[in-house]
Design a protein around this ligand. Structure first.
Ligand SMILES: Nc1nc2c(ncn2[C@@H]2O[C@@H]3COP(=O)(O)O[C@H]4[C@@H](O)[C@H](n5cnc6c(=O)[nH]c(N)nc65)O[C@@H]4COP(=O)(O)O[C@H]3[C@H]2O)c(=O)[nH]1
Length: 812
């Protein structure tokens, strides 16, 4: 029996089978499966050494071993060399055929083709590694756990997101991994509780947001994992939504800003149509604002079809990315509101316009503030009149125009006469209101084309448009007339006189400064001549102004240089001819100016305030001199002039009281001569001061009576002892009927009110006689004596009274 004949049953096997002779290692038999596997007919295989079909070094080595080793058998994977030279993976088993089955020692080599199995395994491996790679390349961190929580799989992203150390992963210590993860979460406790809850519900799907300590925000999604329809575990996926959260937060913030912005904001699409408007738009425009949505944004400004406007905006966007400008925005209530529009273009990465945002800011308040600033810059706060700056702009324009048209204009400089006295005696607030009234009245005298400006204090400048000398003069007259009409303030009536100087362009100056200077000079000239009038600038006037300034300087030096003196002019009793008193009169003799009249320098001193020093000095001289008279047995009254500013000094009464005490002069021998202006004040304080002085026994006389505006009723209220009739009325006696009437009325009034009357400036015996007839109490004048130096006056006092003349001192 051949081996093949006796082993035909082997052909039915799935495995390829070779029977191999132990000694020769020749193939004794091969079954049909081996024929298919090797690709050789059985007949060709039989007798072939088994090594011919071995392909690997291991096989060579195996068959080279002793028969005993081979007989022990082997079960291994190897490759078989096919007839076509290719290798087939096989599962090989070698066993010794039991002796009862085969004669001689035979090995049975069975080989099962593993090609299909190996290729399936390879595919599986590939699939697995692909899955692995997919997991690792996932954007989310993945964690797969069994139902009992054991970690079955995770990806690199998980380790990255949770910052899981490498060694922890390698260790595969699940508890440590979980602990690490828990420690990363900001609210670890809540996280742990949540995980426990999820684990308790194997079928549940859920989404949670986790905030890690390092600032990451993760979205945790977890779903059950099924195998054959049954839950076998759970998949956790962690997505980094930090950026997304930030974006959402900033979007929410932007929305809040949009909604709550005080500015009006609109968003337009690429076609410039309004997409959205914030509540600020409604506040600005009114309820109709919403109706603009869908319309061209430019139509908000009434310019929907205004291509030029949009063209400008587009140019701005192209150049700078935004357009900015002021526009008028029509509102629902029919008004227009100025707005500052900042319109910004929004572009995508390709620089295409996607949207635009317009910010509108209401400029109403800003405009009002601006207007106010301009008003303040160009106007006088007290009167609201233009100030010098505005006037200079106006005059500059006029000068330019005048050069071309060969025309001119006039500048008037106006100063209120004795305004300082109003201020000093009635107080600054009162003075300010007077200035306001004056401004109104002056304005009413001018045309629209003229300009009235207040320079400061009581100085005004008027620009007369196209005005020549004739026009300037007529305006000046009108002003003077108008100003004389009584003013009413706090139920007090008064009139104001002013002096006006005039300069003409171009003959008197080429600039406003020059013209003002010349008009000012002209005004001073008017004042020097007696105020209340007007005059044109004449070139020699500047010299006068200079001498005025020099005079003021010299006056201030004079006291210290002993150039001032006090003279005394007697006051005589009309009936007895006795000297009953004397008026102290200041005298100044200057080496340069000669004897300067008080009428010249007292107003200067009053304007500059120096009168306080001067007056105090005169008062001291006078009181000292009166004390000398008294102590030498001739106690007569000393009368001292007091200016308004002196009288207003807070320490005035104290100073006089001290002076009287120092020189031991009884108050009854001192008389203060006050002008009507001082008395005109209704300020309680001044009235109070008069009462204190009168209470001390000091006499109070009203100087220059008849020239002011004091009302009789008012005078009655005050403790006045004496009225001094102004010499301008005495001068006209006895011939001027008007003067006679006035003098007579004053004397009668004095008698009726028990106030003594003194006539001033009596120069002739006729005047004296008339006054005596009128029953005037006293007189003062050259008829008796002018103001005399102290020594001369003392000598005169000492002379006995001649008997021949009643009421007249014939010795003088
Ligand atoms: N034509 C003429 N004039 C006569 C005659 N009798 C007196 N006079 C002048 O008339 C002025 C009288 O003084 P007043 O009315 O108080 O007017 C004074 C007074 O208001 C002021 N004054 C003089 N001294 C002082 C002073 O010490 N203090 C103050 N505040 N003012 C003074 O200056 C003014 C002028 O003073 P004076 O030039 O000294 O002028 C004095 C005096 O010299 C006369 O018969 N004919």
């Amino acid at each position: 029996m051949t081996v093949s004949q006796s082993h035909g049953w082997l052909d039915g096997l799935q495995e390829a089978v070779w029977l191999v002779d132990e000694t020769s290692l020749l193939i004794l038999h091969a079954n049909a499966t081996a024929q298919r596997l090797v690709g050789l007919p059985v007949a060709e295989m039989v007798g072939t050494p088994v090594l011919r079909l071995a392909s690997t070094p291991q096989d060579m080595a195996f068959w080279g071993e002793s028969a005993q080793v081979v007989a022990d058998g082997i079960h291994s994977h190897t490759s078989l060399l096919r007839a076509d030279g290719t290798l087939v993976p096989v599962n090989r088993q070698v066993t010794r055929v039991p002796a009862e089955v085969a004669s001689g020692t035979v090995f049975m080599l069975t080989m099962l083709d593993r090609s299909v199995q190996e290729s399936t395994e390879r595919e599986l491996e590939t699939l697995l590694s692909e899955l692995r790679a997919t997991l690792d390349s996932a954007a989310d961190g993945m964690l797969v756990c069994s139902l009992d929580g054991r970690v079955r799989a995770f990806n690199q992203r998980l380790a990255q997101l949770w910052n899981i150390p490498r060694d922890l992963l390698v260790r595969r210590d699940d508890a440590a991994v979980y602990a690490h993860m828990e420690a990363q979460v900001e609210n670890a406790r809540a996280y742990a509780e949540r995980l426990a809850a999820i684990t308790r519900e194997p079928m549940q799907e859920s989404t949670d947001i986790l905030v890690l300590r390092n600032g990451l925000v993760l979205e945790l999604r977890t779903v059950p994992q099924f195998s054959q329809g049954r839950p076998v575990g759970r998949v956790y996926s962690y997505r980094d939504i930090t950026r997304q959260t930030e974006i959402q937060a900033s979007l929410r913030l932007a929305a809040r800003v949009f909604e709550s912005s005080l500015d009006a904001i609109f968003i337009a699409d690429s076609q410039h149509r309004v997409l959205r408007m914030n509540p600020g738009c409604e506040r600005l425009v009114g309820p109709s604002a919403k109706s603009f949505e869908g319309c061209l944004a430019a139509s908000l400004f009434g310019g929907g079809s205004d291509a030029a406007f949009m063209e400008q905006v587009l140019q701005g966007w192209a150049k700078e990315g935004f357009w900015e400008g002021e526009l008028w925005l029509p509102r629902d209530n029919g008004t227009y509101c100025a707005v500052q529009l900042s319109w910004v273009a929004l572009r995508d990465d390709e620089e295409r316009l996607v949207q635009s945002i317009g910010f509108m800011r209401d400029l109403t308040l800003q405009h009002a503030a601006q207007k106010r600033i301009e008003e303040l810059a160009y106007s006088d706060v007290l009167t609201g009149l233009p100030n010098r700056l505005l006037l200079s702009q106006r005059v500059d324009t006029a000068i330019q125009g005048a050069r071309q048209s060969d025309t001119g204009f006039a500048i008037l400089f106006l100063d209120l006469d004795r305004f300082k006295i109003i201020n000093d005696s009635l107080g600054h607030p009162f003075g300010d209101r007077v200035l306001q009234l004056v401004a109104e009245r002056l304005q009413a005298c001018l045309r629209q084309t003229d300009m009235l400006c207040r320079l400061g204090g009581d100085e005004f400048v008027i620009y007369l448009h196209g005005g020549d000398a004739v026009v300037a003069e007529s305006v000046a007259r009108r002003i003077l007339d108008d100003m004389l009409k009584p003013f009413m303030l706090d139920s007090m009536g008064f009139s104001i006189q002013c002096s006006i100087g005039m300069a003409l362009y171009p003959q008197d100056g080429a600039t406003l400064d020059d013209l003002i200077k010349q008009a000012d000079t002209a005004m001073y000239r008017v004042k020097e001549r007696g105020r209340g009038s007007y005059g044109f600038y004449q070139p020699q006037m500047n010299a006068n102004l200079l001498s005025r300034m020099q005079m003021e300087h010299a006056m201030r030096q004079a006291l210290g240089l002993d150039r001032m003196a006090v003279h005394y002019q007697p006051q005589v009793n009309m009936a007895t001819g006795r000297i009953t008193g004397a008026e102290a009169l200041i005298r100044w003799t200057d080496p340069e100016f000669g004897a300067v009249s008080p009428g010249q320098f007292i107003p200067l001193a009053e304007e500059s305030g120096y009168i306080v020093t001067l007056g105090a000095w005169v008062m001291e001289q006078a009181v000292r001199e009166a004390a000398v008279w008294m102590h030498s047995g001739m106690p007569i009254m000393i009368s001292v002039n007091v200016s308004a500013l002196e009288f207003r000094q807070p320490d005035f009464v104290d100073r006089i009281t001290r002076l009287l005490a120092v020189h031991q002069l009884p108050p009854t021998l001192l008389e203060l001569e006050l002008t009507e202006t001082i008395l005109l004040q209704d300020a309680q304080e001044m009235e109070q001061r008069l009462r204190v002085l009168a209470g001390l026994g000091i006499g109070l006389a009203i100087d220059d009576f008849g020239t002011g505006y004091s009302s009789l009723a008012y005078l009655k209220k005050l403790p006045i002892h004496k009225l001094k009739i102004d010499q301008s009325f005495v001068r006209g006696l006895p011939d001027d009927d008007g003067d006679r009437a006035i003098v007579s009325a004053i004397i009668s009034m004095g008698r009726a009110m028990h106030i003594e009357v003194v006539a001033e400036g009596v120069e002739t015996e006729t005047q004296q006689a008339v006054l005596l007839q009128m029953q005037c109490d006293h007189y003062q004048g050259f008829l008796c004596a002018p103001g005399l130096p102290a020594q001369e006056f003392r000598a005169m006092l000492a002379r006995p009274l001649p008997l021949n003349a009643r009421g007249r001192r014939s010795s003088v």
